[in-house]
Design a protein around this ligand. Sequence first.
Ligand code: ATP
Ligand code: MG
Length: 655
Amino acid sequence: MSSIDSVLTETRVFPPSDAFRLQANVSGLEAYHTLCEQANNDYEGFWGQLAREQLSWHKPFTQVLDERNPPFYRWFGDGELNVSYNCLDRHLPLLANKLAIIFESDNGTVTRVTYAELYRRVCQFANGLKSLGITKGDRVVIYMPMSIEAVVAMQGCARIGAIHSVVFGGFSSKSLQERIIDAKARLVVTANEGVRGGKLVPLKATVDEALAAGGCDSVERVVVYKRAVHEDGPWQIGRDIWWHDLVKGKPEHCEPTWVNAEDPLFILYTSGSTGKPKGVQHSSAGYLLGAINTMRWTFDYKPADIFWCTADVGWITGHSYVAYGPLAVGATQLIFEGVPTYPDAGRFWQMIEQHKVTTFYTAPTAIRSLIKLGGDLPAQYDLSSLRLLGTVGEPINPEAWVWYHEKVGGGRCPIVDTWWQTETGSHMITPLPGAVATKPGSCTLPLPGIQADIVDEAGFPVENGKGGFLVIKRPFPSQVRTLWNDPERFKKAYFPEEYNGKYYLAGDSAHRDEQGYFWIMGRIDDVLNVSGHRLGTMEIESALVANPLVAEAAVVGKPHEIKGESIVAFVVLKGPRPSGDEARQIIANLREWVGSEIGALAKPDEIRFGDNLPKTRSGKIMRRLLRAIAKGEEITQDVSTLENPAILQQLQESV
Ligand code: ATP
Ligand code: MG
């Protein structure tokens, strides 16, 4: 297969300010290179030292990496520890009265919890789990709204060595049922309801439906946290138990269950942007080490920070940067129950002002929609507490990056564009904000110790400027250990024969520029083939988004007799959805625009408008659905993770 062509050029560079660099945990490019060299010269020594320094061990490990059975790697394999101990107990001597969580509910009520209080709550819940007979290795499905209790439930499982599998509270009963069955969960933890954007989300009812649908015989009990004061639904005596009844009178101490470094901490089913969900299984020690390192490296964590990651705990981002990473370093973090657009599109900015957030981490999809709904709103708030911004989940289009930098970050905050995956557990390629100059749209350079590369089909590195497959050439501590109950699929999906089963294949395409910066071009499955040129989706989409009229864009290929594929673009304007002559005029202008931005080759053959794009519940554009729409096919695919099914109708209409 030929390489992938890169057509977009982005030349803006933003070096770290002196002020930021001087205070940074990794200060200056040289410091970054030194760390990389240390890792290259003594790979195991590098990771071993970090694991000894950053984690508290019950029994120290003697071996760092065990590669005898690839790709089933083991890290720190004879060590013992407890993840909850590392997130709570070890902070108590000094930080007992420090705030661990500031929780803001949908309607703005604020609850504050110290480390001492969080410790008590986790212990009581862990004792509650024990009283239900849950022990080490049992699977617990957590189907909760964003809440302090969701974090307590996860930490409570970790405390007794139970394996949690969090299912995002927006998933349907069918998705929930599938995940319960696959994990053979003994227990489900849920809430009677969730509240988002002023609306009630019927969580317990959805659990009831999932369990009634069959195949869930493994589930013995359902623990229900009472969130909304609303009439209680059906109650199955003997199975259902209120959270408050479960923890009532339970001891406020719970000896942590010491687990092996490699014992699974959790299973998390990936969002399914590209097909049947996979049960990604993570380890205890290596996973936590990744979360801690990246809190310090990427987020330049400082004890005075107010850290806010807006991701739901149902996603990996909410695992690593809500439930585990911030607590493991003793941070104060903000957790938000609601949505960014309620009561209006200023909610995030209002919360940053109110809670004096220093570090803000969100998704490009949120940024793009907040630009569309209120590009000038950030100016109405005092955002001067911010010192660092981050993004994750999709490539961020350069124009959205620049808006974020100027309007939210006041031109002063570095932006860390973090490339990583459910499978990698923590950041892989991202700027170190006090060391690496940023470029809008690039996730810049791999973290120290992460041997990322871009290769062709035979595994040879492609030259700079050429796109290829993003791989990671050596195992790293926080990587996925296997797919739950499916080691064969694990091998096939991530460690293909073409690379002798050695390289981890991420599934994304990317290219590198002259400075060695990485630019993610999209998913391999989404690459277009136009007149013999292979094009990633990201660059054409970014060219469209750079047009002042455009808020969001997605492009897909559609079979074409002569060109191989033609380009179909789905576009959301900042203004209302156009029709008739106006739409035709805008289409002509946008085609010209793309032609002049990146070349005639990339001009969309067809452009359609919608009020929004089909997205997964985690906010990612579902291009596989758009491909079907472009071809005029009936949609037979699994749309259970789709947030806004009504949009499909609109996008089926061409102008
Ligand atoms: P599935 O694997 O089921 O299709 P998913 O890949 O969307 O789901 P995640 O693991 O949450 O689930 O997302 C990881 C993917 O998100 C990456 O492979 C990449 O395509 C994209 N991504 C994440 N962060 C970035 C980033 N900073 N820049 C570009 N792409 C990103
Ligand atoms: Mg994926």
